[in-house]
Write a protein that binds this ligand. Structure first.
Ligand code: HEC
Length: 173
C-alpha cells in the first residue's frame, strides 16, 4: 500500500515537470487511446442549470482545442484532487488560453459530473483513501484507537474491529 502512495507521488511529480512536454508513458498512452474512442458528449439534461451552463459555455468550448472531448469524458479521473491537478496541467500547456477562473469552473463541472456519472468509480477511490486512513491509524495511533474502542458499545466495537481486521487482511503482505 505504501508503495502505491509513493508511486503516485513520484508520477505526480514527474507529471508536473513534463506538463509542457508530450512525454506520456505506455499505460497512459493506451488509456488515452481507449478514452478517445468513447462518447464525445455528456447528457447533461438532468444536471442543474449552472452545471449545464459550464458544460455548454466552458467545457465544450475550451477543452476541445487540442483533442476531442472524449478524452476528458471517458478518463479515469474522478476525485477533486485528480481534476484539480489535471486541469492545471491542461491550463499550463502552451496555447491553451484557459484562465484561472475558467479552469476553476471546469474543475467544478468535472467533479460534479464524476460524482453522478462515475459514482461507482469515485466511491471506490474514496474507499481506498478511507482504507489507508484506517490502516494508518491502527498502526501509528494504535493506543488511541484501542482507547476509543474501549468506550464504544460492544456491538459498535465489534463492527469497528472487524473493519480494521478486514483492512489488514486485505493489505498486509
Ligand atoms: C493546449 C492544448 C490542450 C487543451 C486546451 C486541453 N488539453 Fe487535455 N490534453 C492535451 C494533451 C497534449 C494531452 C495528452 C496527454 C498529456 O500531455 O497530458 C491531453 C490529454 C488530456 C486527458 C487525458 C489524459 C490521461 O492521462 O488520461 C484529459 C482527461 C484531458 N486532456 C482533459 C482536458 C480538459 C478537461 C481540458 C479543458 C480544461 C483540456 N484537456 C484542454 C492538450 C490540451
Amino acid at each position: 500500500m505504501k508503495g502505491i502512495f509513493i508511486a503516485v507521488f513520484v508520477l505526480w511529480g514527474a507529471g508536473m515537470l513534463q506538463a509542457q512536454a508530450k512525454i506520456v508513458d505506455k499505460a497512459q498512452e493506451a488509456a488515452i487511446k481507449k478514452a478517445e474512442l468513447g462518447p464525445r458528449t455528456i447528457d447533461v439534461s438532468h444536471y442543474p442549470k449552472k452545471i449545464r451552463y459550464i458544460y455548454n459555455n466552458y467545457f465544450t468550448q475550451e477543452c476541445v482545442q487540442c483533442h476531442p472531448l472524449s478524452l476528458p469524458i471517458n478518463s479515469d479521473y474522478a476525485l477533486p484532487v485528480e481534476w484539480e491537478g489535471y486541469i492545471k496541467r491542461m491550463m499550463y500547456k502552451s496555447g491553451s488560453n484557459i484562465s484561472m477562473g475558467d479552469a476553476k469552473k471546469i474543475t467544478e463541472f468535472m467533479v460534479y459530473d464524476s460524482s453522478v456519472r462515475k459514482k461507482t468509480m469515485m466511491d471506490k477511490k474514496l474507499e481506498k483513501i478511507a482504507d489507508f486512513l484506517i490502516y494508518d491509524s491502527s498502526v501509528r495511533k494504535k493506543a488511541l484507537v484501542e482507547d476509543k474502542l474501549q468506550k464504544e458499545a460492544p456491538s459498535q466495537r465489534a463492527t469497528q474491529e472487524a473493519k480494521i481486521k478486514e483492512i489488514h487482511d486485505k493489505y498486509d503482505p
